[in-house]
Design a protein around this ligand. Structure first.
Ligand SMILES: *[C@@H]1O[C@H](CO)[C@@H](O)[C@H](O)[C@H]1NC(C)=O
Length: 289
């Protein structure tokens, strides 16, 4: 009994220590949280490892992944996408459970375009192995002119994709209505830059122009705050984690207003309204906010 209490206390203590460690000193350098998973020669660290350059050329694209997996939390980074003619390129930033059959995944995919044509941001959500929930937004700024913050916030109540302070996608926990919600598996954080000119730009009509290579994207301000797995046992269910707080359980009035603005002005595709794909509207589409 005494031992049990003591162990419980130690667990709580180690949870608190790990949490404050993972919050302290954010944002981190690239190598603190990430490792290169595809083509070392195509990822260059700059600014003392506080930023990286991703390279796509005819030899290879590249990719990186978080060293750890996380169960709930928020991941964000600043990204400056490929400028000019980026048609046929895809830059992705996502979370993935790496469990193929029952995959959970939260995707940002930036689809390049010809010079002067808008980048498209595609988001998708896999829950318990099922995806096919694509939405597409045309950006209201040039994402290659400067860094912008892209984040995914994931708690027991909702998943929100943000660009800067603007929510572009919300997926609520509607388990009460039998809608699957990712909450059982931890996910790693990934990013890749690759060529996909068979589908990326105007459905594959616009091909990559290799005379414009190398294609360069930049990342900085890596910030992951969440419950690492393996890690403190009760971290993920701790309702005192900041990302579980009431402020994050639903959009606030300002966020809801911005979200409506995106929905009205910038959404160019939504699986929820694609009647040829889904003659019956998927149930999760019934409550947008
Ligand atoms: C590229 O630009 C075209 C023309 O403006 C637009 O229709 C399309 O949505 C843009 N994005 C992609 C990924 O093709």
């Amino acid at each position: 009994m005494g031992m049990g209490l003591r162990n419980g206390f130690l667990l709580i203590l180690s949870c608190v220590v790990t949490l404050s460690l993972s919050v302290l000193g954010r944002p981190a350098t690239f190598l603190e949280d990430f490792r290169i998973t595809w083509s070392d020669s195509h990822i260059r660290q700059i600014d003392g490892g506080r930023a990286i350059q991703l390279v796509l050329d005819q030899n290879s694209g590249c990719g990186f992944a978080s060293k750890r997996q996380y169960l709930f939390g928020r991941v964000s980074m600043k990204i400056k996408l490929i400028p000019g003619d980026s048609a046929g390129t895809v830059t992705a930033f996502y979370m993935n459970s790496v469990t193929d059959a029952v995959r959970d995944e939260l995707d940002f995919e930036f689809l390049g375009n010809r010079t002067g044509q808008p980048y498209t941001v595609q988001t998708n959500i896999y829950a318990h192995g099922k995806g096919d929930r694509e939405q597409r937004v045309n950006l209201w700024f040039d994402p290659a002119a400067d860094f912008h913050t892209y984040s995914i916030m994931w708690n027991h109540h909702q998943i929100v994709f943000y660009i800067d302070e603007v929510p572009i996608r919300v997926y609520k926990n509607n388990e009460a209505r039998n809608i699957p919600y990712p909450k059982l598996q931890p996910m790693g954080v990934y990013s890749t830059l690759w060529e996909a000119d068979d589908w990326a730009t105007r459905g594959g009509l616009e091909k990559i122009d290799w005379t414009k290579a190398p294609f360069l994207a930049y990342y900085k301000d890596f910030d992951i705050e969440g419950c690492p797995v393996p890690g403190p046992v009760n971290c993920a269910t701790n309702s005192r984690n900041w990302w579980e707080g009431t402020a994050y359980q639903a959009l606030n009035a300002m966020e809801a207003k911005r979200y409506r603005w995106v929905r009205m002005n910038h959404v160019i595709y939504d699986y929820c309204t694609d009647k040829s794909r889904y003659p019956v509207t998927p149930p999760e589409c019934m409550s947008i906010i």
